[in-house]
Every structure is written in C-alpha cells, then in structure tokens.
Design a protein around this ligand. Structure first.
Ligand code: ATP
Length: 301
C-alpha cells in the first residue's frame, strides 16, 4: 500500500454542561457532540521516519513536530503494536485551528485510522477508541462522528439518534483561544459569582432531555431553543468582541447562535440550507456553511 487518506469531521457542541473542577484538574462534562461537514484530510504514506507536513487554512499555527496530535496518535499506535512509526503524515487543514471545533482531535483520529490501515494492523475498534481517549477527550468523538453524548471528561460516549439534517454557519475568529485558559476563566467567573468551582459546589452536569428530543426529531427550531454552552461566558469574557459576531448572525436570520466549544468560532443554526448560505454571505468571508450530522473518520477510496 502506498498511501491512505482519511477524512475527519469537525464538531460543534450543541450542549456543553460543565461540572465542577475535579481534584485531577479536569471537569466532568455532559457534552452533546454533533459532527459537522467541515473536514481535514490526513494522508499516511511510508517514510524512513515520522514526518508531519500540513497545508490549507491556518497552517502556520499547526505544529509540525511530535507535539502534533496526529504525530502523537501515530506514535501511540506504533507503540501498542511494537513497530516503528515510519510514516509521513500530511494534513490538509480545513477545520479552524484552536477554534473550538476539535481540529487537532480530528487529525489524531484520522492519523490513527490512516496508520492502522497503511500498516495493515487491523486494530479492533474498541482498542482504537481506547487509544483515542488517551490522546484527548474529544478524539473518540472525532473517530466515531455522527452525534453522541460524552460524559466523564467527554470521552465516554453514547451514540445519539439524529432524525434529520441540521444546517450551520461557522464564523472562525482570528487568534484562537486556548481550551485550558477558557476552563480556567470559567472557574474564575464561578468563584467571582460566589457559586464556587469545585465538584462539591457545582451541580453535576446532565444532558437536557428537550435537546436530545430535538436532535432525535430533526427539529431545528427546538434544537435552536435548547442550544447551551457553559463555556460561553468564559469565552466571551476573554473575547468580548464575539458578542457582536453572535448578534450579527442572529440578525441575519439564524435560529440561534452560540460559541462552539471553548471558542472562538461562533456557530449559527439556520432554518434550512438556503438560509445558511444567506447568513454566511452576510457574516463575510470567514463564515462557512456545513451540514450535520457528518460521519466520523472515513478511509477515502
Ligand atoms: P477543542 O475544540 O478540542 O478544544 P480546538 O479546536 O480549540 O480544540 P485545535 O485546533 O485542536 O483546538 O488546536 C489546539 C492547539 O493544539 C493548537 O493551538 C495547536 O498548537 C495544537 N495542535 C496540535 N496538533 C494539532 C493539529 N493536528 N491541528 C491543529 N492544532 C494542533
């Protein structure tokens, strides 16, 4: 085999309920993930040693060393099987970097599947998912795609039924936001409000039954009414100008607007595909349309 290309989707969190800070520093989540049709492509081909190359959007901010999540995935898979990670991984980036859309996690999931296929390892699905969870909380979802409820750090997944297609607009914002910095700000805001930020003080996060029903029924208006992101106040505190972006999308006809994950990408749910195109045109060249749900990591023919 000479090269294997895997397509991996971005995600939006239609609900991100954040519990208190655990003693290990992580937060318990009820994280309703939806994979959306914005993709990176990860191509694996034989090489003398591990090499990462990247092209496409925001590529200057993608690390090309062993800290790249795709490289870490290849190394972890090789170690599991006692082989050397002799592979060139090329990442074609279309998912905004540090945008709260799990782009790095998508590349890790893509690299795992691409290397497993290239090296003919046939790693069982549940072992690949365990490797994904070791690589990062969002990586298992990037691998499976569709829609899922993630609990724990977000890595313990239950697939969810989706009864229709939802149409989105995503407005990437320059600069990115660090996910750990957004969680720290969330904790700080909670302490400032006097609510406390620990597991003992913050109510346990839970998925919203109305949101799950809206997904199941493919009901865009009901989904729009139920969208919720506990990290949004923290993202807006760090990047106040995102308020204007959210308001502009709503004024342009979005059913609802929210910060995607830890931001700074803003997500707008549109009533239909035509409206999504109109909203994107009003928001400007940084806005992209995408439909959901999208499949997880897929080997391209
Ligand atoms: P999440 O939504 O999972 O919190 P994100 O979409 O906000 O993540 P990523 O695009 O995954 O953020 O990037 C976060 C940081 O990870 C980047 O600033 C970059 O330094 C690093 N990184 C490592 N590997 C990659 C990769 N393959 N693609 C993009 N960034 C990567």
């Amino acid at each position: 085999m000479t090269a294997v290309t895997v397509r991996v989707p971005a995600k939006v969190n239609v609900q991100l309920a954040v519990g208190g800070r655990r003693p290990d520093g992580f937060h318990d989540l009820a994280n309703v993930f939806l994979a959306v049709g914005l993709h990176d492509l990860v191509t694996a081909e034989p090489a003398d040693e591990l090499l990462i190359t990247a092209a496409g959007r925001d590529v200057a901010s993608v690390p090309l060393d062993a800290t790249n999540l795709a490289a870490r995935a290849a190394i972890a898979l090789a170690k599991l099987h006692g082989v050397e990670p002799r592979v060139r991984l090329h990442i074609d980036k279309d998912i905004p970097v540090a945008g709260g859309m799990a782009g790095g996690s998508a590349d890790a999931a893509g690299a795992l599947l691409a290397c497993d296929t290239l090296w003919g390892l046939g790693t069982p699905h549940d072992e690949l998912l365990s490797l994904c969870a070791e690589l990062g909380s969002d990586v298992p979802f990037s691998f499976v795609g569709g829609a899922a409820l993630g609990v724990g750090r977000g890595e313990l997944l239950t697939p969810l039924a989706v009864g229709g297609t939802f149409h989105w607009v995503f407005a990437a914002a320059p600069g990115g936001l660090s996910t750990p910095a957004v969680y720290r700000e969330c904790d700080r805001l909670r302490r400032e409000e006097g609510a406390g930020d620990t597991v003992a003080e913050v109510p346990a996060p839970a998925a919203d039954p109305a949101l799950l029903a809206a997904l199941r029924e493919g009901a865009a208006v009901a989904l729009g009414a139920a969208l919720a992101n506990d990290l949004q106040p923290a993202a807006l505190s760090l990047r106040p100008e995102l308020r204007d972006t959210l308001a502009a999308g709503t004024a342009a006809g979005a059913l609802a607007a929210l910060v995607s994950g830890s931001g700074p990408t803003c997500a707008f749910l549109a009533p239909d595909a035509a409206a999504a195109t109109r909203i994107a045109a009003e928001l400007g060249p940084a806005a992209r349309v995408a439909a959901s749900p999208a499949p997880g990591a897929t080997v391209l023919p």
